[in-house]
Ligand binder design. Structure first.
Ligand code: SAH
Ligand code: SF4
Length: 351
């Protein structure tokens, strides 16, 4: 079985040509896939019946995600879905909406996709890390998370504007499928999302960062740093050892040099762990002069006993970074009360 959503436009062309049909038949499959969201091959009536039958006989299907659970935040801005994929596994995907700046404008609609079920990195503050690794998602299953929300949004006259790979899992640990999904979603004959509207977030797997830099893509990179030194980082990211803080920063620099895209360092702030003024000073020194941006994320509650620092200490941390010449923002969290925020995604406890 092959999901047609897996095929890049060039592959779709090859498929129809190999089956003895003209090239344009490929676009007659691609267009509906990304704009009409068919649930099976027969939902593409413009394709000759014979071709539809031959595709089905050759084992081609259209996989779509089934929504099994939906939670919406009180303000309506965040929607978390539990999606059942066509292989029977379940994954969480989140939509975050931000008010339009101009009256009558569309909201910014960011989809936060998962690349794995669970995660092997074991970060102590992350719910996904605590559930362990289950499986890598296929490209078509990453795409189907976006398509599912695209269909929901379309019914409201809205559309997907941004995509962040910040759901469950470590994108660089599922590199090939992740990058295939990026290509399907950004291809102008695929989903057609602008490369600059996509951000990949990684725990800092430097080989993956270097590979991504070579892809000739204009996608944004976020690196989850969380600590300015290796000793502290290892406590928070137990699998960090192969990638030192210095190596990670160096690979971020290479990414910037190669792509021209500024790298964001994510820093989950945990009370009494990595939020002191001394640590802020150390972080400012470490990042000084490489033009990067720091995104401070006051930790979201998970099963672990990490606490969010007080607002004052978050502001103090931010002030020290700013004074040290580091561009810095505090992330406005969305969806914490429905466990849809960063680090709160896990599929073994639905809620
Ligand atoms: N594995 C990738 C992407 C998924 S996690 C990564 O780690 O970057 C996405 C972001 O959520 C990361 O920056 C991660 O550090 C952050 N995060 C994890 N648990 C969190 C929590 N409990 N509160 C706030 N942010 C968290
Ligand atoms: Fe995996 Fe990212 Fe969670 Fe760490 S923070 S366990 S890398 S998903």
């Amino acid at each position: 079985m092959t999901d047609l959503y897996r095929l890049l436009p060039e592959e779709m062309e090859k498929l129809v040509i190999d089956m003895g049909y003209p090239r344009y038949r490929a676009d007659q499959i691609l267009l509906p896939l990304y704009y009409k969201f068919p649930k099976n091959i027969n939902d593409i009536p413009q394709l000759p019946k014979k071709l539809r039958e031959e595709l089905a006989e050759a084992g081609y299907t259209i996989g779509s995600a089934k929504e099994t659970h939906r939670v919406v935040s009180e303000d309506g801005d965040t929607t978390k879905l539990l999606l059942e994929l066509d292989d029977g596994s379940s994954v969480e995907t989140v939509l975050m909406q931000y008010e339009p700046k101009k009256i009558g404008g569309h909201p910014r609609s960011t989809i936060c996709v998962s690349t794995q079920i669970g995660c092997a990195m074991g970060c102590v503050f992350c719910a996904t890390g605590q559930m362990g690794f289950e499986t890598n998602l296929k490209a078509e299953h990453i795409v189907s998370q976006v398509i599912h929300f695209a269909e929901i949004l379309e019914k409201r006259g809205e559309h997907v504007t941004n995509l962040v790979f910040m759901g469950m899992g470590e994108p660089m640990a599922n590199y090939d499928e992740m990058i295939r999904a990026v290509r399907l979603l950004t291809h102008d004959r695929g989903f057609g999302l602008g490369q600059r509207h996509i951000t990949i977030s990684t725990i800092g797997i430097t080989s993956g960062i270097d590979k991504l830099a070579e892809e000739d893509l204009q996608i944004g990179l976020a690196i989850s740093l969380h600590a300015p030194n290796n000793e502290l980082r290892k406590k928070l990211v137990p699998t960090a050892s192969p990638h030192s803080v210095e190596d990670i920063i160096e690979s971020g620099r290479r990414y910037y040099k190669k792509t021209g895209r500024r790298v964001t360092f994510e820093y989950a702030l945990m009370k009494g762990i990595n939020d002191s003024p001394e640590i802020a000073t150390e972080l400012a020194k470490l990042l000084h002069g490489n033009g990067s941006h720091v995104n401070l994320i006051p930790i979201n509650p998970t099963a672990g006993d990490f606490q969010r620092p007080s607002e004052d200490s978050v502001l103090e941390f931010e002030r020290i970074l700013n004074n040290g010449g580091i561009n810095c923002t505090v992330r406005v969290e969305k969806g914490t009360e429905i466990s849809a925020a960063c680090g709160q995604l896990r599929t073994d406890i639905v809620g």
